[in-house]
Design a protein around this ligand. Structure first.
Ligand SMILES: Cc1ncc(COP(=O)(O)O)c(C=O)c1O
Length: 473
C-alpha cells in the first residue's frame, strides 16, 4: 500500500471553534449521535452564528451606520439560523417559495424578510406581496408580473431594484442579474414613482467573487444613482450590497501557500501527486505548461468577515473621494448586507462513519464513508480543509497512513475530497471522520438523493452540548 512521507507537511489545519473542540473531546457523544441519526450527520450550533452577527454589528456601529443584516438562508436550509437572525433583530434573505413560507410560518414578520429569488413565479410573488416582504426586482418580466399581481389584489408592495453591469477597470462587470444604472433610473423615476401600488425602497446588488475594490466601485455607482434620483425628489431608503464576505477556514498561512505551490509541482510531475490521479483542481496542463489557478474557494484569508466589511466601508469612493461609510451616513441611507457563508462560519460539522478500507488498482488506500459526495459539496473544486479522524484504535498501535475518502455514489469520481489525506493511524471500521466548518453551503447546497439515499439529519448542540433536532421535517 502506498504511503507517503512527502504529504506529512501538507496539512491544511482547520480553525476549530471552542464548541467543536469540546464536542470532539466527547467521543462517546459523537458516536452516540451518529448511531441515533445515522451517517452522515450534520451537527450544528447557532452560537457562532450569533457571534458572527455581532461581529458585523460592531463594525456598523463603529461607523454609526443605520444597517440591517439579512441572512442568506440559501447557504444552509435549517430554519434555526433564520430564527436566530430574526431573534437578534436582523432579517432573512429568501430565495424560494419554501424558504419564504417557512420563515413566515416560524413567525418572522414580512418586514424582516427580503426576497431575492433568481426566479420568482406567481405564487412566490403573491406570497411576498401579501406578507409585505420587500421584493428585489431583477428584470422587466418580473416587474410586469408583480405589476399585474398588485393591481389585481389592490395591495401595496415594497420593491428594491437589483443592479448589475457596474463599470470596473474600464470594463463592465459581467453578470446575468439586474438592471443597468440607466435602466434602473428610468424604471424607478418613470414607472415605479407613478405606480399606484408599488413603493420604491432601495437598490440592491450582489457581486460574484470576493473583490473589495469591485464592491467599492459598485457602491460608488449606486450612490451616483441615489443622488440622481434625489435630484428629482426620489428618496432611496436602503442600499443592499449583497453577500460574499470572506471566511477564513485555515489556521496556517504557510500551509496554504505551500499547498498551492506543491499542487502546481505535482501537476507538472515534479513531485508525487497530492490529489487523486493528480487532479489539477481546475488548472489546465497544455504541452507541459500549467494554465490558470485552482478553481477553489480561497480557504485561507487574513481579511475576512468583519475586517472585509470594514475594508469596504473605509475605502474611498472614486467619484466622491470620500470614505464609503461617510457617503452612506451623509445620505441617511440604511446599509444592508446579505451574508450567507460568513454568518455560518464555525456553525457546523459533518460527521460520517468509516465502512470499509481497500486498495484501488494503483495501490492507493481508499477509505469508504457512509455518505456521498453531494453531502459535502460546493462550487469549489475541492474542500481544502483537513478532516479530523476519530479512531477507537489504541494509541500505541497507531501508524500514520495516507489515502483518499470515497463515498456512496456509483461513480469512479465519487471522492469526498480529491486531496490525499494523512491519517494519524490506519482507519478502523466504525471510526468517525469529521469535516469541520461545513454549515455554509457544504452540507446542503448540492445535496441530492440519487440511489434514493436518505438526506443527512441536522441536529443542533446547545452550550452544554445537549443535542436536539429542531429542524426535523
Ligand atoms: C443575492 C445573494 N445574496 C447573498 C448571497 C450570499 O452570499 P455569501 O454566502 O457568499 O455571503 C448570495 C449567494 O449566492 C446571493 O446570490
Amino acid at each position: 500500500m502506498k504511503t507517503t512521507t512527502d504529504d506529512k507537511h501538507l496539512s491544511l489545519t482547520p480553525i476549530i471553534h471552542d464548541w467543536v473542540q469540546r464536542l470532539l473531546a466527547d467521543k462517546d457523544l459523537l458516536a452516540e449521535t451518529v448511531k441515533q441519526e445515522n451517517s452522515p450527520v450534520n451537527i450544528q450550533s447557532t452560537m457562532p452564528f450569533r457571534e458572527n452577527i455581532a461581529t458585523y454589528k460592531t463594525v456598523f456601529d463603529r461607523y454609526a451606520l443605520a444597517h440591517k443584516i439579512f441572512f442568506a438562508r440559501k447557504a444552509n436550509k435549517c430554519l434555526s439560523y433564520a430564527k436566530a437572525a430574526a431573534a437578534a433583530g436582523e432579517g432573512v434573505d429568501t430565495a424560494s417559495h419554501k424558504e419564504l413560507q417557512q420563515c413566515l410560518e416560524a413567525g418572522i414578520p414580512g418586514e424582516q424578510l427580503i426576497l431575492t429569488a433568481a426566479v420568482k413565479n406567481q405564487a412566490l410573488l403573491e406570497l411576498a406581496v401579501e406578507e409585505h416582504v420587500t421584493i428585489i426586482i431583477d428584470n422587466m418580466d418580473e416587474y410586469e408580473s408583480l405589476d399585474s399581481i398588485v393591481r389585481a389584489k389592490e395591495i401595496n408592495a415594497k420593491v428594491s431594484i437589483r443592479l448589475g453591469g457596474f463599470a470596473y477597470d474600464n470594463k463592465t462587470l459581467p453578470t446575468r442579474f439586474g438592471f443597468t444604472l440607466i435602466q434602473a433610473y428610468s424604471l424607478i423615476s418613470e414607472q415605479i414613482e407613478a405606480h399606484p401600488y408599488l413603493t420604491f425602497k432601495g437598490l440592491h446588488f450582489h457581486l460574484n467573487g470576493y473583490s473589495v475594490e469591485q464592491r467599492v466601485a459598485a457602491i460608488d455607482q449606486c450612490v451616483k444613482l441615489i443622488d440622481k434620483l434625489l435630484a428629482v425628489g426620489i428618496q432611496t431608503q436602503h442600499l443592499d450590497i449583497g453577500g460574499g464576505y470572506l471566511v477564513n477556514y485555515l489556521a496556517n498561512r504557510a500551509e496554504w501557500e505551500n499547498f498551492q505551490q506543491e499542487l502546481k509541482k505535482a501537476v507538472l510531475g515534479q513531485r508525487p501527486a497530492l490529489t487523486y490521479q493528480n487532479d489539477a483542481l481546475g488548472m489546465v496542463l497544455i504541452d507541459g505548461k500549467l494554465h490558470g489557478e485552482p478553481t477553489v474557494y480561497p480557504y485561507y484569508n487574513e481579511m475576512y468577515k468583519g475586517l472585509f466589511l470594514e475594508k469596504i466601508l473605509t475605502s474611498e469612493a472614486p467619484t466622491y473621494q470620500q470614505a464609503i461609510h461617510e457617503l452612506i451616513k451623509e445620505r441617511s441611507i440604511e446599509l444592508r448586507i446579505e451574508p450567507g457563508r460568513s454568518l455560518l462560519d464555525q456553525a457546523g460539522i459533518t460527521v460520517a462513519r468509516v465502512l470499509f478500507r481497500k486498495q484501488d488498482t494503483e495501490g492507493n488506500l481508499l477509505v469508504g464513508l457512509e455518505m456521498n459526495r453531494t453531502q459535502l459539496k460546493s462550487s469549489s473544486a475541492d474542500f481544502l480543509v483537513d478532516p479530523i479522524h476519530i479512531t477507537h484504535q489504541a494509541q500505541e498501535l497507531q501508524q500514520p497512513v495516507s489515502g483518499f475518502l470515497v463515498g456512496g455514489y456509483c461513480l469512479e469520481q465519487e471522492f469526498l475530497l480529491k486531496r490525499k489525506i494523512q491519517f494519524a493511524t490506519y482507519p478502523q471500521i466504525g471510526d468517525l471522520i469529521v469535516f469541520p466548518n461545513t454549515a455554509g453551503y457544504m452540507m446542503h447546497f448540492f445535496e441530492s438523493q440519487a440511489h434514493q439515499f436518505a438526506l443527512a439529519s441536522n441536529v443542533f448542540c446547545n452550550e452544554d452540548l445537549a443535542i436536539t433536532n429542531p429542524d426535523k421535517d
